[in-house]
Write a protein that binds this ligand. Sequence first.
Ligand code: COA
Length: 154
Amino acid sequence: MDLQDSLLPGCLIRPATARDMGSIWKMVLGAKLDPTQLRPQQFWTIVCNGELVACGQLRHFDNAQELGSLVVRREWRGRGLGTILTQHLIQQATQPLYLECLGDRLARFYTRLGFEIVPWQELPRSLKLKFGISHIARKLFGVPVEILKYRGKS
Ligand SMILES: CC(C)(COP(=O)(O)OP(=O)(O)OC[C@H]1O[C@@H](n2cnc3c(N)ncnc32)[C@H](O)[C@@H]1OP(=O)(O)O)[C@@H](O)C(=O)NCCC(=O)NCCS
């Protein structure tokens, strides 16, 4: 599937460059997402008419990757860009692919795209520590954090 063809006119998916990192930092911090591993070589972006409007990345771990830092600028949301960028990141992944998300609506967004909720106990060792914080927050304080794995890459 060529996802580029699904994009709005004037928009393209491209890898991030070092020059994009200022915008990416702002978007990730503005959305209160995990600020670790913000490395240009891991990021993909959607650029519309020259403006960076969406970003997302694949973090690397031993025998696993994490889809993270997915942000669409507020004024561009609800037009399918988050879906297309997620599908693109799935295509790019080369290892079993995981993510964490907060709340039912986001969990549904990802399950529609082929992810399923998995228990913390089933994570690879390299992710158990990182995702352990959410696991504890969920257990102790009822924070609605979900851990998901993409069904197609085992
Ligand atoms: C989640 C996000 C990337 C979706 O981008 P988008 O381009 O609006 O997504 P699409 O247009 O492809 O799809 C819309 C779907 O996104 C999800 N979504 C949109 N806004 C959302 C929000 N505020 N909270 C949770 N999910 C949301 C919903 O599933 C929605 O579908 P629905 O309206 O049928 O419920 C975007 O809302 C965003 O940047 N949110 C802030 C950062 C964030 O939470 N990132 C995810 C971290 S796990």
